[in-house]
Design a protein. Sequence first.
Length: 488
Amino acid sequence: MSARVVVVGSGMAATRLVEELLARDTGARITVLGDEPHAPYNRILLSALLEGTHRADALTLRGLEWYADRGVDLRTGARVLEVDRDAREVGLVDGTRLGYDRLVLATGSIPTLPPVRGLVGMDGRLDERVHAFRSLDDALRLSRAAASARRAVVVGGGLLGLQVARALGVRGLDVEVVEGGDHLLRSQVGAPAGAILARDLRRLGTAVYTGTRAVRLTPAGLVLDHGYTLGTDLVVLTAGGRPSVALARAAGLAVRRGVVVDARLRTSDPRVHAIGDCAQRGDRTTGFVAPAWEQAGVLAEVLAHELAGAGGAAGGADPRPGRTLPAYEGSRTVARLRATDLDVAVLGEPETAEGEVVELTNPVAGSHRRLVVRDGVLVAATLVGDLSRIGLLTQYYDRGTVLSPGEPGALLRGERPGAGATPSAATLPDDAEVCACAGVSAGRVRACGSLEQVRDTTRATTGCGGCAPAVRQLLATRPSTTLEGTRA
């Protein structure tokens, strides 16, 4: 009898896991339980939906037919109420109970409500002006409200907050951003880069208030801690989220900030795994897509190994010839701000990484670059205002390329790389990733015949314009024969 794999959650991590499991032909019966009523979609593009450059159906990762054609039981609007580990069953709110041999928690994160008086009325409901921005329904609701609004305040100056602010600004609203920290993007960049971003936003017509907090919502508007009131029609909360762990905690699994997992993404119950925003490896959780996809690939290999009857092999060895069971110890992160007229990319943790720091700020040009190099290897970087070198830097970062002595400075100044550097996207190997938000490799792009085909078949360039130059270079130097065997 085929093993039963139940995945709780239908976000980007869960979707990638299903793709990876199918690619390994495990023969498992896969059931995916998503509590949203929609087919799995790309959350990265929600701000593009709000801005009006994408329709809702353009965000779909895999349609209902895709799951049905592959024998995967996708259930939308299916909220899980409990996990019974003794019976190895999950119970849904409608009374349905499903057995599992392996359970995967991909429950993501939930928005946190900041301590602002007046957000919630006496009836327990959010004020009609207040909007979260985590789900497709959130984005659609905010989009409808924005159609008749003139002013908006975004609470939170992180990546999501700036994306929402720019989307609303592009739609013609007067937008103000409130950030409690001393500068924008304080979790990713330093003060000089934050200052450049604030200046760029003001130039684009968005007011920025840093070092101040919203304390109360009144009929007149949002009151800040220094007493100033921002009149507004909309208040968008983007100040943070936390891993969704209620289901795991109720099931008696080990939980700290997130669901605690080991190097094989196993929880304290070896038949239950966790990936994505809800998982915690060591002392770290992740809110980015790339680490979640890496976890999905590792877990797919682990499950293929275990479902083949080899789960107890000593030392993590896989008895299948030539295969070694992988481990997840933490991902390198690449964060991109996807907002019209704002260009930011962050590799690793440039504010805390140890190494030689090379930094250049040009307030006139509106650019800031910071590279951290250790033992000749790029370990972190910040780019604001000029992403012309992001493709090359990302490849150096991902591959641990040893740079020549003068190369960091040349890269910082935007000069041509040295003789040992990769000169352009055209020379990237087929397995090099050129679009992180869509997970598209250079080989997959080369297999397409046109930019339109790239967009239609891989969705690269549809949400992050930053990958478009690399895609065009790859197409321009594409070999005459179509590459086979590549996939996003």
